[in-house]
Design a protein around this ligand. Structure first.
Ligand code: KG4
Ligand code: ZN
Length: 344
């Protein structure tokens, strides 16, 4: 295939604290560069103003690197796909403004992408080792800001069946980690230590929430009171029991998630289940889902590790499907901090 017949799309992601640029060609990833912002770790969470500033510093070198790794020039690009929302406004504005200017300078279409649709559509990146889910399928989207069970009818049509009524599951991981004195973001640390501990060592109460909705704020408070009480009795409690505490927290969170997944399959009759978003990097949820194939006869779809946390390849693939439908944005498109997964 010559370069001219290849549909090269540049994806740009800047919704939170990762600046990322990716090039895909006909659905295959040629490059996916992610610059993590280390600056937030010492504040124990993302500082929006610092994130926005770091995006401004990172965006040009990250895009240059993505083009170099893909071995193409700007002139080869057929369109620019960028994250319009949801996310932090100051962060989104950097990617949005840059994408608008670049598409105008190159005179190529601009494609606005919903970040959450990007997480879901990462399952459609061409990869010989990954099976693509058939429509309709269910997707558990779990990240720092979202916890939802979504019915995916097509690349463009998604329906929320249930979602969190308070904290997102990523927040539950990160806040629990903070209580234990672990660095931000704490999800990967809980995962790492959980592998070494006993998941039944401690019991945390699971919330009772109607339908397919979730709640995580009670669990966080329960963990806080539990740790405070134990530390009052023994100041070394965390140090002596870190692995078991992490394993028990992770097991409780996984049970909360999988209980609702089972209910969603029962409600819809759909047995194709995918997971997406940063928390889908968690080894416990990945193992649990895999085991459901033999246990319940589901077909499960687990994204490649590099497409779980925020990345621009997922934005580029979502942009590619819009490109095929000529679903382009005008230069008046605006960054939108709050955007539901079904909104385009
Ligand atoms: O999708 P993402 O990169 O950003 C958002 O759109 O929010 O998700 C980030 C979230 C953080 O809360 C982080 O702690 C969590 O994903 N996370 C994990 C793991 N890796 C990332 N949580 C649990 N286990 C992991 N291995
Ligand atoms: Zn995300």
């Amino acid at each position: 295939m010559t370069k001219n017949r290849s549909i090269y799309i540049l994806g740009i992601e800047s919704s939170c604290d990762d600046t990322s640029a990716a090039v895909i060609c006909n659905g295959k990833v040629l490059s996916n560069v992610v610059a993590n912002q280390e600056i937030h770790a010492k504040y124990g969470g993302v500082v929006p103003e610092l994130a926005s500033r770091a995006h401004q510093q990172n965006i040009v070198p990250v895009i240059q690197q993505a083009l170099e790794q893909a071995n193409i020039g700007k002139k080869d690009l057929k369109a620019i796909a960028f994250t319009r929302g949801p996310g932090l406004m100051g962060s989104l504005l950097v990617g949005t403004s840059f994408s608008k200017s670049l598409s105008q300078a190159l005179n190529i279409p601009l494609i606005a992408v919903n970040h959450m649709q990007g997480h879901v559509l990462a399952h459609f990146i061409e990869d010989e080792n990954q099976q693509k889910p058939p429509f309709p399928f269910l997707c558990l989207t779990i990240s720092g800001g979202h916890t939802q069970i979504v019915k995916i009818n097509s690349y463009a049509s998604m329906e929320i069946l249930g979602e969190t009524i308070d904290d997102a599951v990523g927040e539950a991981f990160d806040k629990s980690a903070k209580i234990l004195g672990l660095p931000y973001p704490g999800g990967p640390f809980i995962d790492k230590y959980a592998k070494l501990g006993n998941p039944t060592a401690f019991k945390f109460t699971k919330p009772k929430v109607d339908g397919l909705n979730f709640s995580f704020s009670g669990l966080k408070t329960g963990i806080l009171y539990f740790v405070q009480k134990k530390v009052a009795e023994n100041p070394d409690f965390i140090k002596e029991n870190l692995h078991d505490i992490c394993a028990s927290i992770q097991a409780t969170i996984i049970e909360i998630l999988t209980d609702k997944m089972k209910a969603a399959v029962k409600q819809t009759g759909i047995k194709h289940f995918a997971i997406a978003g940063g928390v889908s990097a968690n080894s416990g949820i990945r193992e649990a889902l895999k085991s459901f194939e033999t246990k319940y006869g589901w077909t499960t779809y687990i994204p490649k590790f590099e497409y779980t946390t925020d990345n621009a390849a997922m934005i580029a693939i979502a942009g590619y499907f819009k490109f095929l439908e000529a679903d382009f944005s005008t230069k008046n498109v605006i960054a939108t901090a709050r955007l539901k997964v079904h909104e385009n």
